[in-house]
Design a protein around this ligand. Structure first.
Ligand code: FPP
Length: 278
């Protein structure tokens, strides 16, 4: 299905207005939390929460692509998640495999570039193969970059970067004096993508959970009480709208960061979003 055609009038209006403002977050990162609680509250097993979570992934990837987000990073499985019961880990791995097999053609047809970050060597071999093939197949696409964080943790990535940097110093390809923030970033697994502008976390928890620790130094944080399985594209629009109201100062004063770009008509956008909710 061509996602450009499959847009409702209200979505088009939002997309056009977001585009005209020119301040859309380039990169959105999401901590998809609350699958288990969503299921438990419905007397279902945790697996059904994860299955429903995949449905949300499908919708949010599509909506992000449709409104022109350039990078979407989803925290799908942390290194700490390996400590969950083996049965739950197996279910998550098979859902991931199923998702990729089922969605890859549609992602590719819609110009999505797929990539992953994380300790992929810990993943089952069949999944490693699938990730390599999916990345390879979509590597020249120019639309949304969908980045799955799999067997990932921020501290793991930082330590790995330090090890590789230390090796380069030992080899003599760089010296300790060369090391600055830009050079260090080049050693992280996120080197090819910009830092997230906006972090969304579902289910009301207020922590980073070892996600993109270096990269989120200046990300705006948006937390919603909704569980991931019930998060919708309208919730995504609300998060972006909220982001548009933030003043990003990066350590400067408010007066220093005043710009002349078009003012965001928040109340108009809120009306359009409310109309979709009805
Ligand atoms: C958090 O809910 C969610 C996860 C640990 C995994 C997220 C995975 C998916 C949505 C499915 C796989 C994803 C992709 C991209 C194929 P939780 O289990 O911690 O919920 P709880 O805190 O309510 O127990």
């Amino acid at each position: 299905m061509d996602w450009r055609i499959d847009l409702q009038e209200s979505d088009k209006e939002i997309k056009e207005h977001f585009a005209s403002i020119g301040k859309l977050p380039k990169h959105i990162a999401i901590i998809m939390d609350g699958n288990g609680r969503w299921a438990t509250e419905r007397n279902q097993n945790r697996a059904s929460g994860h299955r429903q979570g995949i449905e949300t992934v499908r919708k949010i990837v599509k909506a992000s692509s449709q409104i022109g987000i350039e990078y979407l990073t989803l925290y799908a499985f942390s290194i700490e998640n390996w400590k969950r019961p083996a049965m739950e880990v197996n279910i998550l791995m098979s859902l991931l495999e199923h998702y990729l097999k089922a969605e890859l053609d549609e992602l590719h047809a819609n110009n999505v570039r797929f990539m992953t970050i994380g300790k992929s060597s810990s993943l089952p071999k069949a999944i490693q193969r699938l990730l390599i093939d999916s990345t390879e197949k979509t590597k020249t696409n120019t639309g949304l970059t969908l980045n799955l964080a799999l067997s990932y943790s921020g501290r793991w990535d930082i330590v790995r970067a330090v090890q590789m940097l230390a090796l380069d110093v030992r080899r003599g390809t760089c010296s300790p004096e060369d090391i600055d923030e830009n050079l260090f970033s080049e050693y992280l697994s996120t080197k090819s993508i910009p830092d997230p502008d906006l972090l969304i976390r579902t289910s009301g928890e207020m922590r980073l959970s070892n996600f993109l620790l270096w990269e989120m130094a200046y990300s705006e944080i948006y937390i919603t009480d909704k569980y991931w399985p019930e998060f919708t594209k309208v919730d995504l629009y609300e998060a972006i709208l909220n982001y548009l109201t933030r003043e990003r100062r990066f350590g400067k004063t408010s007066a220093q960061v005043q710009d002349n770009t078009q003012q965001v008509n928040i109340s108009y956008l809120q009306r359009v979003i409310n109309a979709i909710k009805l």
